[in-house]
Design a protein around this ligand. Sequence first.
Ligand code: CP
Length: 303
Amino acid sequence: MEKPDRGLHHLLGIDSLTDRDIESLIERTLELSNGAPASSASVTTANLFFEPSTRTRVSFELAALRLGMRVINIELEKSSATKGESLEDTVATLAAMGVGCLVIRHPQTGRLQQLAENLHAPIRLLNAGDGQGEHPSQALLDAATLAADGLDWSQATIAIVGDIRHSRVAGSNLKLFDRLGAGRLRIAGPEEMLPDPPGIERVEVCHSIEAAVRDADVIMMLRVQRERMDRAGWPDPDQYHRRWGLNPAHLELARPGCRVMHPGPINRGMEIDGAVADSDQSLILDQVRMSVFARMAIFEWLH
Ligand code: CP
């Protein structure tokens, strides 16, 4: 994969990627998903997750193993972080032992960027989600999933619906879909879950799910981020589902064959009807399948 020589670099967010990086990463993800041989890397990577994860942590591990890398999963509650060690000192300690890559999920928005700016150790940082900031590898795998499904970016209307304000997936995906030239980008959700400002200038803000999904080619549903809201802001699941949950009738408003996406984990009966999540139009498990290839491409790109 073509990669400019910029010395040690990281995957922190979409803005830190050049157009060529984005093109190469998506192209390589698709090649790998079509059976191209993977390169091998004699590097050790570690997973350090300060928040729960199934998809991201496991797929980063599988991706590394498929590239012949060694993987260490750090159990946070048994680590010296519990004794007050700073994240900076933990990273320097792991680098001193020869860990070459560190996949971090952290609840604080911007923590990875801050860490990278003050980093003196030879270790590459991968942002696996920072607070309400970014989840760049999710955006890349989502874009690769859509590319594999034949989406014509310039003609596409993409609607992202749900808790946009607290979602790092929305943060990265809106930036990436904008960079990829998506025809129309829409967001929709309850007023208190909409970002202010919306982040990307040309995003259309819709105030109903019906308005968002009308003639859409892609509908991406997002979970309400309970962990980032105070209890006063937590909606009743049934009420939420009635107003903002994606159901089969909504698909009738969208373009025929409209793709349904969700980064997971899904809350069936809240932001998405189980019948829609399991329908032929759903790409949810395609996203999961693509996640391993996207993260392999990311590891290759980093080295
Ligand atoms: N999409 C995603 O980040 O899922 P996990 O929280 O399970 O990693």
